[in-house]
Design a protein around this ligand. Structure first.
Ligand SMILES: C[S@@+](CC[C@H](N)C(=O)[O-])C[C@H]1O[C@@H](n2cnc3c(N)ncnc32)[C@H](O)[C@@H]1O
Length: 284
């Protein structure tokens, strides 16, 4: 957040802030836990961009028009936390690698495999998954056709993810074995994800609130980590059910550590891995 704005942050009346948060909840289905100061500073940032001086003027932009929808997205982009890392929860990726080895070597292996990072932020999670999949496939099933998708509500996050280019301070989280194989350092010193990964990974803008109408299905692995926090508990359970519907039988869902919402659908079983919240779909 630009601290230069702090002196010009508008005074939001209690009712105004509540109204805005309520409308944000109705519009995007998500809760924003930012403090009043952060929300006020964010609104100031948007008002500066739009050349507006009064909060009332800003609030009145939220009508039913297309430009109002664009403004919701711009505001959401600033209010959602994009914190992420390559191999953010290392145990989850070890769990995924073991599951993949089992999937590819026990019984008839699938000829193609797809995976999804739901709430992918700047792409590090999907690229980490892809590195694990490509390594597992080349060990036992080099002919395996695989592809991965990442989705996020933030257009900026999706655009950054598509660039597949990261500064060294972000790339340092990629374990050596993967880094050596899948990452090249460009002339500008940035770390570029290799074409063997980017050619089979794709990013889309999508709101998990509307996941039931998303044309995604038949995944072998879904990661949904550190994203459910934006939703109320009932909505979290509904989203998890929707994610399970989009898994193949035998596929795996990995939530963030501590994001187990005491939910247990009949057609999943817990996959035991210390510190990891993983489930396998057992039936349709
Ligand atoms: C904290 S990041 C987590 C990124 C990654 N999954 C990880 O664990 O490193 C949360 C991401 O969820 C996205 N997000 C928030 N609400 C969303 C929604 N309703 N639909 C899709 N993505 C959403 C945010 O834009 C943000 O990029």
């Amino acid at each position: 957040m630009n601290t230069a704005l702090a002196t010009r942050v508008p005074e939001l009346r209690r009712g105004e802030l509540d109204l805005l948060m309520q409308r944000l909840h109705t519009h995007a289905g998500i809760r924003i836990d930012s403090t009043e100061n952060v929300v006020a500073a964010t609104i100031q940032e948007r008002m500066t961009c739009l050349g507006l001086r009064e909060v009332d003027e800003y609030l009145s932009t939220f009508d039913e028009s297309i430009s109002a929808r664009a403004e919701w997205l711009a505001l959401l982009d600033l209010l959602t936390v994009k914190e992420t890392r390559f191999f953010r929860q290392p145990d989850a990726f070890k769990c995924m690698a073991t599951f993949l080895d089992e999937l590819l070597t026990a019984g008839p292996a699938p000829s193609e495999l797809s995976f999804w990072s739901a709430g992918c932020s700047h792409g590090q999670e999907l690229y980490s998954m892809a590195m694990v999949v490509e390594s597992a496939a080349s060990r036992s099933k080099p002919w395996l056709q695989w592809h991965g998708i990442g989705t996020d509500i933030s257009f900026n996050a999706v655009n950054r993810a598509r660039q597949a280019s990261y500064p060294e301070r972000e790339a340092r989280f990629i374990p050596g074995e993967y880094r050596e194989r899948f990452v090249r350092t460009g002339d500008n010193g940035r770390c570029e994800i290799g074409a063997d990964i980017t050619g089979r990974t794709h990013f889309f803008h999508s709101n998990l609130m509307h996941v039931d109408s998303a044309p995604f299905a038949d995944f072998s692995i879904i990661f949904c980590q550190n994203t459910l926090i934006y939703f109320a508990r009932e909505r979290q359970r509904w989203i998890i059910d929707q994610l399970v519907k989009r898994l193949r039988v035998g596929g795996m869902l990995i939530l963030g550590a501590g994001e187990d919402v005491s939910w247990l659908a009949k057609n999943v079983r817990r996959y035991q891995w210390p510190g990891v919240c993983a489930y396998v779909k057992t039936g349709g």
